[in-house]
Ligand binder design. Structure first.
Ligand SMILES: [Zn+2]
Length: 353
C-alpha cells in the first residue's frame, strides 16, 4: 500500500484547548503521528510517499467540498490575528462567540472574533501560525491517496494530522480544519468511481463528512460512534439522520452507548459494511480513528490492539479499493501500534491483483 505522510504536520502544535470549562494541554499532538511513523519503521506495511505538489488542483478539490469564504478565512486567519496586535503572535487563536439558532450566518462580519466564531463550532480547536500549512498538506495527502487508488492501487493511507472528519463545508472544530475523508471521496468520484462510501470508525461521529454529503446520493456516509446524547460532538450523529433530498437514504448513523462491548462494536461494523455493499460503492474511504481503544483518555469503547488487526482484515474483505485517512486517537503512545495493526490486517487480507 502507498502511505502519503504529512511532512508539515508539526507546524500545527497548539498549546491549550478549552475542555469541560478548563484550558488544558491539547490532546491532538504531533507525537500521535510520530508514533505511527516509528511503528512503520519497525513494521513497514507500505511505501512512504510525499503528496503531489499540485497546488491548483488541490485548491479546486478543496473548493468542491468547502465554502470559498471559509477557505479564504482559514488561509489568512493567522496573519489577520497577528495584524490585530503583534502580541497575539504568542497566543493561539480560540473562538469564543458563535451564531446559534436565530442568528444570521449569511452576513460576513468584519470583526475577526465574530468571523472565527462563524466558521467554528467549539473552543477546543486552536488555530496557530502553522495550522493552515499543516492542514493543507494533509489535504494534499488525502488527495494523493485517492488518486493512487483511482490509478489502480488497492489501498492507500493518508498519514496526517490535524484530523479532518469534524470539519464541515464552512466550519472547523473537533481538532479538524479540512475534511480529508470527504476530499478523498470527492477525488475518487472525480476520477471514475460512480459511487463511493465513507465509513467512519472514529469514536466520534463524523459530523463534518455527513454534513458535506447530506444532500447527495453518490457518496454514502456511514458512521459508528459514541451516542451523541452523551458523546462529542453532541449535536449530530443520531440514527434518524438519513440524508435529505437526493441524499435521503445515503447517510447511516450507528450510535452506540459509551462502554459498548467489542463484540457489539464489530456487529455495528457489519451493519455499516452491509450498507456500503447495498450502495454498490466502487471505492471505500475509511475515516480511521483509533480513539475506540480501551485506553483512550477521552472516549468510551474497549477495542484492544488485536482488534485493530481484525478491523483491517474485515475492511479488506469488503473487496473494494480503499483510501484511509488518519483521524482521532489520543492514547498517544498506543496510536502507532493500533494504526499500523489496521494497515497490517488490511494489507494481509487484500485480494491479490
Ligand atoms: Zn475521535
Amino acid at each position: 500500500m502507498k502511505i502519503f505522510r504529512n511532512a508539515l504536520h508539526r507546524r500545527h502544535d497548539a498549546r491549550l484547548e478549552m475542555y469541560r470549562g478548563r484550558l488544558v494541554p491539547c490532546h491532538e499532538t504531533p507525537a500521535r503521528l510520530d508514533h505511527v511513523l516509528a511503528e512503520l519503521a519497525r513494521r513497514p506495511v507500505g511505501s512512504l510517499h510525499d503528496p503531489a505538489p499540485d497546488d491548483a488542483a488541490l485548491d479546486a478539490a478543496l473548493a468542491a467540498i468547502h465554502a470559498p469564504r471559509y477557505l479564504d478565512f482559514l488561509a489568512g486567519a493567522w496573519d489577520e490575528w497577528v495584524a490585530l496586535d503583534p502580541a497575539n503572535a504568542d497566543l493561539d487563536i480560540l473562538p469564543a462567540v458563535w451564531p446559534v439558532r436565530g442568528f444570521r450566518a449569511d452576513v460576513l462580519p468584519e470583526s475577526f472574533a465574530a468571523r472565527i466564531g462563524l466558521f467554528s463550532f467549539d473552543a477546543g480547536s486552536p488555530v496557530m501560525a502553522g495550522t493552515w500549512a499543516a492542514a493543507r498538506e494533509g489535504a494534499a495527502c488525502a488527495r494523493s491517496a485517492a488518486l493512487a487508488v483511482s490509478g489502480g492501487e488497492r489501498a492507500a493511507f493518508a498519514l496526517t494530522r490535524p484530523p479532518g472528519h469534524h470539519a464541515g463545508p464552512d466550519f472547523f472544530g473537533g481538532y479538524c480544519f479540512l475534511n480529508n475523508a470527504a476530499l478523498a471521496a470527492q477525488t475518487l468520484r472525480d476520477h471514475g468511481a460512480a459511487r463511493v462510501a465513507v465509513l467512519d470508525v472514529d469514536y466520534h461521529h463524523g459530523n463534518g463528512t455527513q454534513t458535506i454529503f447530506y444532500g447527495r446520493d453518490d457518496v454514502l456516509t456511514v458512521s459508528l460512534h459514541g451516542d451523541p446524547r452523551t458523546e462529542y460532538p453532541f449535536f449530530l450523529g443520531h440514527a434518524d439522520e438519513r440524508g435529505e433530498g437526493a441524499g435521503l437514504g445515503a447517510n447511516l448513523n450507528l450510535p452506540l452507548p459509551r462502554g459498548t462491548s467489542v463484540a457489539t462494536w464489530f456487529e455495528a461494523l457489519e451493519a455499516g459494511l452491509a450498507a456500503v455493499a447495498a450502495h454498490r460503492a466502487e471505492a471505500l474511504v475509511v475515516a480511521l480513528g483509533v480513539d475506540t481503544f480501551e485506553g483512550d483518555p477521552i472516549s468510551g469503547f474497549h477495542l484492544r490492539a488485536d482488534d485493530y488487526l481484525r478491523l483491517g482484515e474485515r475492511l479488506a474483505r469488503a473487496g473494494l479499493p480503499v483510501v484511509l485517512t488518519m483521524e482521532g486517537g489520543y492514547a498517544v503512545a498506543e496510536v502507532g501500534g493500533n494504526v499500523v495493526n489496521v494497515l497490517e490486517g488490511l494489507v494481509a487480507s487484500l485480494p491479490r491483483p
